[in-house]
Design a protein around this ligand. Structure first.
Ligand code: SF4
Ligand code: SF4
Length: 379
């Protein structure tokens, strides 16, 4: 296992992180009642991950039973507190609420210190303003850092890249969690700015939201062979030296075979990896002049349609046969609030606002309608 410095936190952490949001029955409420099935699952996976050399565990207040599971399991396994780092996340409206939330989380985790605390989900301007306001929740986190209760303060985000850049520029944060992987590279500017600011960079969900890669399309599997799509994607991410670690949703022993000999401080994206990348890159040529570059210039849409994201799903389903992934993500629209904003493509009124803004002159309304037809699942 390779270890990288997590930016100015100055901690050396494994390039693979054990994420904690997918344990069996982990989302059933209440969060502090732990079924044996969840405990057994978390115990087995955590034990195995630590033996594999993973020394970074990630959770959040919002991940159901996850914090309580880790609190119990790390105790039961008698893991030396100095042998791993733990990241958790949370939100609050005020500084006092933030302190109360952290207090709660420490109890769930059975710890007296959290190594990395991320403000969870700076996903739009309103949340950015609320989180970073004077005497607000992030300032409370920074005070807790001064007091030694938190090691480093960061943020997680699903926002547009402009908001991410603004958040980095506050200089309030030591690390950042964001989406960036082979099938979604729009946040590269944020990754680069974070490097310039010496922040740790944590990649959210490269395997699941990164393309449902535990169940890849046959086409992607064939192109990535002899690597698995998960391995190729992870090596692509890690070929960016500014990226520290990737959250792997490991929740079955079988998932660990993805790590075999893959992340050992070698030159990622070497000759054979590059060949895979080139072949994947070339697939988008199949879209001809209907390829959306996902530049975002067409936004905003008065109907709040997330045009680049919907057309990205179209790109992926046409170029890579990733129809399952497209359906999985497309049907999350209109149900996840600020975590995944925007309306379905069929909300288009043909107002035409977006058309002159598209540098490649796509017929956006038509593409949105056909994508809706292909990916929408009637509830
Ligand atoms: S034409 Fe459709 S997609 Fe384009 S801005 Fe108008 S409503 Fe939005
Ligand atoms: S402006 Fe055109 S190419 Fe850019 S995201 Fe919008 S539709 Fe895609």
């Amino acid at each position: 296992m390779e270890y990288r410095r997590f930016g100015k936190t100055n901690k050396e952490i494994s390039v693979i992180t054990l994420g904690g949001m997918r344990y069996k029955k982990g989302w059933d409420s209440p969060r502090d009642e732990l079924p044996q099935e969840s405990i057994d699952n978390c115990l087995e996976i955590t034990d195995h991950a630590l033996k594999e050399g993973i020394n970074h565990i990630e959770t959040a207040y919002g991940y159901g039973k996850s914090e309580n599971l880790y609190g119990l399991v790390l105790d039961e396994l008698k893991v030396d507190r100095n042998s791993y780092c733990i990241m958790t996340k949370g939100t609050a409206s005020t500084g006092d609420e933030m302190r109360a939330r952290v207090d709660d989380q420490l109890k769930s985790l059975r710890l007296d210190k959290i190594d990395f605390y991320g403000y969870h989900g700076i996903n739009n301007l309103e949340i950015f303003n609320q989180a970073t306001k004077e005497n607000g929740p992030v300032e409370a986190l920074l005070e807790l850092k001064e007091e030694g209760v938190i090691g480093s303060v960061g943020f997680s985000t699903h926002a547009d890249v402009k908001i991410i850049l603004d958040t980095i520029m506050t200089d309030m944060f030591d690390f950042m969690n964001l989406h960036f992987y082979y099938f979604f590279q729009r946040n590269l500017a944020a990754v680069e700015l974070a490097k310039h600011k010496d922040m740790g960079v944590f990649i959210i969900s490269p395997n699941e939201k990164g393309g449902k890669l535990f169940n890849p399309s046959q086409k992607v599997a064939d192109i990535c062979s002899p690597l698995s799509p998960i391995q190729f994607n992870a090596r692509f991410c890690l070929s960016h030296s500014q990226i520290t670690t990737l959250s792997f949703g490991l929740n079955e022993l079988d998932h660990f075979k993805e790590l075999d000999g893959m992340f050992n401080n070698e030159l990622y994206l070497n000759g054979s990896d590059r060949k895979i990348k080139l072949e994947l890159d070339n697939c988008v040529n199949e879209l001809g002049d209907s390829y959306c570059t996902t530049c975002g210039d067409c936004m905003p849409c008065p109907e709040d349609i997330n045009i680049p994201e919907i057309l990205r799903f179209r790109n992926m389903s046409k170029a890579y046969d990733m129809i399952d992934f497209g359906k999985f993500r497309y049907n999350m629209l209109e149900s996840k609030g600020h975590w995944f904003p925007g309306t379905y493509g069929n909300a288009c009124t043909d107002c035409g606002d977006c058309l002159p803004k598209c540098p490649v002159q796509l017929n956006i309304p038509e593409l949105l309608r056909s994508t809706h037809q292909e990916l929408f699942i009637e509830k």
